[in-house]
Design a protein around this ligand. Structure first.
Ligand SMILES: Cc1cc2nc3c(=O)[nH]c(=O)nc-3n(C[C@H](O)[C@H](O)[C@H](O)COP(=O)(O)O)c2cc1C
Length: 487
């Protein structure tokens, strides 16, 4: 029998409280309209009763979720639920996990995807859990952050003892065993970490928690740094500032446009070739004519016939062949030949087309089947298609969406099945090669185009139903007939 006062792992249950992000303020009008204000912007949240507006002020310090989600669902609780979920969808909340017997915050959860909502899956005493190989701890400012490219939220760790407890989970442990450990943080935190795939459950029958035990074959193929690079250099699965926001403009001068000269004695190439512009090869004209077009002539949209020719000369499979993997005995690998080069002849890139305005082709979302030279429609929700097209117009600072938006998606496993450490960087290099191919084809056909540096991997996953680590966007290109004043 355990001596009184020696009980371990029997602490008060932790509760989750929703809290407004530090830079967000609520603005209430006399008619009950509430708005969230941040960084000079204001977003309407709807009209609420005086009691709800009053209760909403508690979101500044933290409003326990179970105070309005676990009750009988009275009108006041429903109003609160609506308001808190609206704030959550706009990414304006964080969640504090604390036990009532503890004064300071142990853990604060920062959502990284727009529809994150804290979930506490049930964990049984016999369940074995282990850290994901994608999870990592790092310092951010004066805080310790626990995150993972697979996670829908990151965890700010306020208690250093928690770090040493988590370190236990480099090998699988049962919940029963963990409960007996010093510093057991409570089941709620472990469940929240399981929900975010920072911890995962493995089969009690076996499994060492290593690479093969975590998820599907598509996940096995990812190196840690590649998946992190993918989620943190795109939009949709991270909450960091993104794009051309000039974060260092006030800190240091801009790096020069042209590199400073090396001191050696120069060899003048102008004199060496003495070539007039006319003597340059024909490709030089195309290269010099190429430029980015961001505004399109919607009275004269691109036609289906032009699109077919464009795809034929840039992306269409020209031939197929097979080769046995080195040294005989290995599997037979299938390859294709296409109009642009690709690392290892992988040709992992696919084109998805968001059509806004193309004569002869209905507005919608399509996959280009490069083998059959055909477009295959994909049913998507209209607001998602609109969001994708609008974001492209926004990224180009254009007057509207492009006529056609090409999303370049990668079948990641096609490259990482072969290449270690360099897979994702090879994919991005392939994207660059393809983008230049698209630019040159557009120029040669008298059309206009523009590369787009941001793309939302979560939106694409929602539209296609394909998990973000299986196939996803790595680039975008706007295409159409340029507006007259572009030319
Ligand atoms: C990888 C890449 C990403 C780009 N992203 C954007 C973008 O998001 N928005 C935009 O308006 N232009 C974008 N551009 C176009 C560049 O701004 C453009 O190529 C550059 O200003 C040179 O102008 P030019 O293409 O007309 O010669 C991108 C170009 C590349 C190659």
């Amino acid at each position: 029998m355990r001596a009184p006062g020696k009980k371990r792992g029997r602490k008060t249950a932790a509760s989750i409280a929703a809290r407004l992000n530090e830079h967000v303020a609520l603005d209430a009008q006399a008619d009950g309209s509430l708005a969230a204000c941040f960084d000079g912007y204001s977003t309407g949240l709807g009209k609420f009763s005086a009691a709800a507006v009053d209760r909403a002020q508690r979101l500044r310090t933290g409003l326990p979720l179970d105070a309005f989600t676990s009750g009988g669902g009275n009108a006041g609780d429903q109003e609160m639920d609506l308001l808190v979920r609206r704030l959550a969808r706009r990414g304006l909340l964080e969640y504090r996990l604390a036990r009532s017997d503890e004064a300071r915050n142990e853990v604060v959860i920062e959502p990284q995807v727009s529809d994150y909502w804290p979930q506490i899956p049930a964990l049984g005493g016999a369940d074995l859990i282990v850290l994901s190989r994608f999870a990592y701890l790092r310092r951010r400012g004066k805080e310790m952050i626990l995150e993972s490219p697979r996670a829908a939220a990151l965890f700010r760790i306020g208690n250093p003892r928690l770090v040493s407890f988590l370190a236990l989970l480099v090998t699988p442990h049962s919940i029963n065993k963990l409960r007996r450990q010093d510093g057991f943080p409570g089941l709620e935190l472990l469940a929240l970490l399981v929900d975010c795939r920072i911890l995962f459950r493995i089969d009690t029958a076996g499994g060492d928690g290593l690479r093969a035990n975590e998820g599907d074959d598509n996940l096995v193929l990812w190196d840690f740094h590649d998946l992190l690079f993918h989620t943190h250099s795109t939009e949709g699965r991270q909450a960091n500032p993104l794009g051309g926001v000039y974060p260092y403009a006030g800190v240091m001068p801009p790096p020069p446009a042209i590199r400073s000269r090396w001191p050696g004695k120069k060899i003048d190439l102008g004199k060496a070739s003495a070539a007039s512009p006319a003597a340059l090869p024909p490709i030089a004209r195309l290269l010099r004519e190429r430029h980015s077009t961001r505004d399109f002539d919607d009275r004269q949209p691109m036609t289906l016939a032009e699109l077919a020719r464009f795809l034929d000369c840039t992306m269409r499979i020209q031939s197929k062949w097979k080769s046995r993997l080195d040294l005989g005995g290995g599997p037979l690998v299938a390859y294709t030949t296409r109009p642009y080069p690709s690392g290892g002849s992988s040709y992992e890139l696919e084109l998805y087309l968001a059509i806004a305005n193309c004569e002869g082709l209905a507005r919608g979302f399509y996959h280009y089947d490069a083998d059959r030279h055909a477009l295959v429609p994909i049913e998507v929700r209209a607001p998602e298609l609109d969001a994708m097209l609008t974001a492209a117009g926004f990224a180009m600072d254009a007057s509207g969406p492009p006529q056609i938006l090409l999303t370049i998606a990668a079948r990641f496993g096609r490259v990482s099945w072969k290449y270690s450490s360099i897979a994702y960087s090879l994919i991005l290099k392939d994207v660059g090669v393809l983008i230049q191919t698209l630019y040159l084809a557009a120029t040669g056909m008298g059309l206009g185009g523009c590369a787009i540096g941001t793309n939302n991997i979560e939106l694409f996953a929602k539209m296609t139903g394909i998990e973000f680590h299986v196939e996803g966007p790595v680039g975008q290109f706007a295409l159409g007939r340029g507006a007259p004043d572009n030319e």
